[in-house]
Design a protein around this ligand. Structure first.
Ligand SMILES: Cc1cc2nc3c(=O)[nH]c(=O)nc-3n(C[C@H](O)[C@H](O)[C@H](O)COP(=O)(O)OP(=O)(O)OC[C@H]3O[C@@H](n4cnc5c(N)ncnc54)[C@H](O)[C@@H]3O)c2cc1C
Length: 442
């Protein structure tokens, strides 16, 4: 189990509130924070612990660069919020504006970086630059092999997943929001076609609206309502080193490694090339939905058939609201890590940057990344169910945009003019032609 800071649960479940947010990851907590700022009564229900799934397990990269253009306006807004986050929540989230660099060691990476830069940097007025070989070497010094260049955004940043969302959740509570952990939402009740309550394992909360921010579980929740949300998971393994005497401040990746400096002086290290997709029954049900993504990005995903296939197959796809739901059966999705990937990444990192020679891992863990067919999320009030808002499918890069997701969702719920164009984030895009395609990294 990862060492995410624990957030205590509130006591008695209220009978009524304004908005119930289902899911205590970055999307749910940021949405609840923004709703509270607007004076809305809000309750977060979380089946396990705050940030115990993706939001507490990720690499901690907060970036604009590399993203699908549909997400860049949100990413820019999120940066403004991250810059103020420690002051907003009056606590340490680990946010530091240390820049992010994608080092290119191959012509192919160089071309990808140049293409992304040329299509997006000026269009979105980003500070992203293409660095020459000499500039890249100077930015990430101490290497034994000179990169061919780099894609670099000076005002990208990093934060600490073990503490950031818990700090935001505590702030939410101080601002009057309620948080219930070990409290799964089983489903909703409706009245005159609108959401009128959320049914949890601990009781029913009447509400005017509900936000589903259930990460990897949103597809199953919606499936019980007869709503199809194409979503799969990919397992990514992460390691943290013991504190080190030296090493670059900038967050960087290249070749087979990705490294981010931590507040404790260690590094969060991951493999830049490989993740694992466990084959599960949904892999086959959603094969055609995910073909565009597989064609674009299958290179780095190793397919595995194992125990998860049977664990998933055993979980109910339909349940009644007075029955134990699948969310209570799996309190925290804690996938098995693949340590060999981290040792491989660390070996290559040390070979290229001697400062990492002999780097020791203090902990290795894994997270299940929820992914949509175009690797872009869904943010909308679902036309199939008025009063139910979906914020999910953040596809491997939602920690960084999380704070802006909160603003957008709060605006959608309260009927304000949204801060960004929401058309690219509709669920219906997956059922239209041409199918939306991924246009960034994951
Ligand atoms: C290994 C890894 C590395 C990553 N690296 C980065 C990175 O460097 N930068 C970046 O921007 N992003 C990164 N990501 C992606 C990022 O972590 C996610 O996109 C983001 O955290 C998703 O937030 P979320 O709130 O949507 O989901 P989650 O954080 O998964 O939260 C969803 C919550 O909903 C709860 N829940 C589910 N169903 C119910 C229910 N029925 N009732 C109540 N609660 C429920 C779950 O228990 C969970 O706590 C990474 C992800 C992983 C796994």
């Amino acid at each position: 189990m990862i060492a995410v800071e624990r957030v205590e649960s509130d006591g008695a479940l209220p009978r009524r509130t304004g908005v119930v947010v289902m899911g205590g990851g970055v999307a749910g907590i940021a949405t609840a924070m923004e709703l509270r700022q607007r004076g809305v009564d809000v309750v977060v229900v979380e089946k396990g612990e705050i940030a115990a799934e993706q939001s507490g397990r990720n690499w901690g990269w907060v970036r604009q660069q590399g993203r699908d253009p549909r997400e860049i306006p949100l990413a820019k807004l999120a940066m403004e919020k991250w810059r103020r986050m420690n002051a907003t929540v009056e606590a340490e989230t680990g946010y530091r504006e240390a820049g992010i660099a994608y080092l290119s060691y191959t012509e192919k990476d160089l071309a990808w970086n140049a293409r992304w830069h040329d299509r997006n940097a000026a269009r979105f007025d980003l500070k992203t630059r293409l660095l020459s070989a000499a500039e890249a070497e100077a930015l990430v010094p101490g290497g034994t092999r000179r990169p061919l260049g780099a894609l670099y955004t000076v005002d990208d940043g990093r934060a600490e997943p073990f503490i950031a969302v818990p700090a935001m959740a505590r702030h939410l509570r101080r601002a009057g929001g309620k948080i219930f952990t070990q409290c799964a939402a089983r489903g909703i009740e409706t009245s005159a076609g609108r959401v009128s309550a959320v049914v949890t394992e601990k009781g029913t909360i009447a509400c005017d609206a509900a936000v589903l921010a259930a990460g990897a579980w949103s597809r199953r929740f919606l499936g019980n309502l007869g709503i199809r949300f194409p979503q799969l998971t990919v397992i990514n393994t992460v390691g943290r080193s013991r504190p080190m005497a030296a090493g670059p401040d900038v967050t960087f990746l290249g070749g087979r490694f990705a490294a981010r400096k931590r507040l404790d002086g260690g590094y969060t290290i991951a493999h830049n090339l490989y993740s694992v997709a466990s084959l599960i029954p949904d892999s086959f049900r959603l094969l055609f939905d995910f073909l565009p993504l597989m064609i674009t990005d299958v290179r780095g995903v190793k397919l595995r058939l194992g125990k998860r296939f049977f664990d998933e197959a055993r979980l109910a796809r339909r349940w009644r609201l007075d029955e134990v739901s699948p969310f209570e059966r799996v309190r925290i999705l804690d996938p098995k890590p693949y340590p060999a990937l981290i040792h491989d990444a660390a070996r290559h990192l040390a070979a290229q940057f001697p400062a990492f020679a002999g780097v020791e891992m203090a902990e290795i863990w894994a997270g299940a990344i929820d992914v949509t067919p175009d690797a872009v999320p869904v943010f909308e009030e679902l036309p199939q169910q008025r009063g139910l808002f979906l914020a999910s499918g953040l596809s491997g890069h939602g920690f960084g945009i999380g704070p802006a997701v909160g603003q957008l969702m709060a605006e959608l719920v309260t009927g304000e003019t949204p801060c960004v164009d929401v058309k690219p984030f509709r669920l219906a895009r997956y059922f239209e032609r041409p199918r939306p395609r991924p246009d960034g990294d994951i």
